[in-house]
Design a protein around this ligand. Structure first.
Ligand code: GTP
Ligand code: MG
Ligand code: ZN
Length: 368
């Protein structure tokens, strides 16, 4: 039998009361991993995912190059992995980011979304994408509005503590910049708008560099939590669901409004960065490649990564190079050795036809 009081209550309730009583999907927390090329974002992402048993997590991996190597490196669990390639989610792929998140929300009930930015992405515009409507972001107003459906939990910047200052002091400058600024500009922004800064690679970093980084962050972003890590090994409870992002604090910074007003030139353009993919179907000779790499890569190549197929084994070898460090590690067997090809993505400055040709000739000389 119906309770007459309940019927009466409902009929007298206002529309607002009824809406409030209806189950509302909770806003999904988003954690964004930023940090320069090769700092250790994917390494940290994998550490975090390995600690999330039973959680429904979606992962978005953004690569500046046309080939998404990172997506193949994210640990295989039941997480959905969305690949956004060939651009940057802080600028050229902003609309794609909104659409990707909207689609994830439509497809699944989620506990969290983890996003890995490209190494040249800026945290502030990425955060703004989840704080403002498409119209406020001056994007196509028909793009999905995520307000109220997601919120930023924390912006995390990963730093290569071993190579930070060599990049910071790199003489290359932004073309035409009246103050002669270079990569330091981007590195500073990545530190400035982070809620958490992970000083990674402390195993190979000079203690004086780690200390200097702490001092720099204390000066430029005193509200950031600083953590030191080796291969991103940190307790996920200190990084996820921490509610450290504070929109109000950011809104008060002059940079918030400036970012919305200025024309955002993609960092790739600003720093003259582009990518080149080397592909080779014939297997490489391991000794030849090692000898060739002993001389180092051209200094205009800042980051390179991909897969190498060697002639004498069926191991898929991961090529992972950042700044002055290059690692070649066998990570497992090719799913189909007949189809295996060497594919390495190079990210660097001045990657014109001549530079591409030089790289191609160099690597071709290692063909078995
Ligand atoms: N020695 C040392 N190497 C590390 C550490 N963390 C990561 N690496 C290595 O650094 C290289 C780059 O790591 P990734 O996690 O791919 O870096 P990333 O920031 O995701 O790189 P991009 O996505 O290309 O910008 C890899 O060869 C890692 O194995 C660390 O703490 N110590
Ligand atoms: Mg990565
Ligand atoms: Zn960008």
């Amino acid at each position: 039998m119906k309770d007459p009081n309940q019927v009466k209550d409902l009929t007298s309730a206002s529309t607002a009361d009824l809406l409030a009583a209806a189950p509302r999907p909770a806003s999904v927390p988003i954690t964004v991993l930023c940090g320069f090329l090769g700092a250790g974002k994917t390494t940290l992402l994998n550490q975090l995912l390995s600690q999330q048993e039973g959680q429904k997590i979606a992962v978005i991996v953004n690569e500046f190059g046309a080939v998404n190597i990172d997506a193949s490196l994210v640990v295989k669990t039941d997480e959905t992995i969305t690949e956004l390639s060939n651009g940057c989610i802080c600028c050229t792929l902003r609309g794609d980011l909104l659409q990707a998140v909207d689609q994830l929300l439509a497809e699944r009930d989620l506990d969290a979304i983890l996003i890995e930015s490209t190494g040249i992405g800026e945290p502030l515009p990425i955060a703004q994408s989840f704080c403002l409507s498409p119209a406020e972001l001056e994007l196509d107003p028909s793009l999905p509005n995520l307000l109220g459906r997601v919120h930023v939990d924390a912006m995390i910047t990963v730093v290569d503590a071993a190579q930070f200052f060599s990049l910071w002091n790199r003489p290359d400058t932004i073309e035409g910049d009246e103050f002669g600024r270079g990569f330091g500009e981007l590195l500073a922004e990545q530190l400035e708008f982070a809620d958490i800064v992970v000083l990674n690679k402390v195993d190979i970093a000079a203690p004086s560099d780690v200390q200097q980084l702490r001092e720099l962050i204390a000066l430029t972003n005193p509200r950031a939590q600083i953590m030191e890590a080796e291969r991103g090994q940190l307790d996920a409870r200190t990084l996820l669901n921490v509610q450290l992002f504070d929109q109000q604090v950011l809104e008060e910074l002059p940079a918030w409004g400036e970012e919305l007003q200025k024309e955002h030139i993609p960092e790739s353009e600003e720093f003259g960065l582009s990518t080149f993919v080397y592909r080779q179907a014939r297997p490489l000779d391991v000794t030849k490649l090692h000898l060739l790499l002993r001389g180092g890569l051209p200094s205009n190549i800042i980051r390179s990564k991909g897969w190498v197929r060697f002639a004498d084994d069926d191991l898929a070898t991961l090529w992972n190079h950042t700044g002055k460090l290059l690692a070649l590690e066998g990570t497992g067997y090719w799913a189909d050795p007949q189809q295996a090809v060497t594919e390495v993505v190079f990210i660097g400055q001045h990657l014109d036809d001549q530079a591409r040709q030089t790289l191609t000739q160099m690597l071709d000389s290692a063909v078995a």
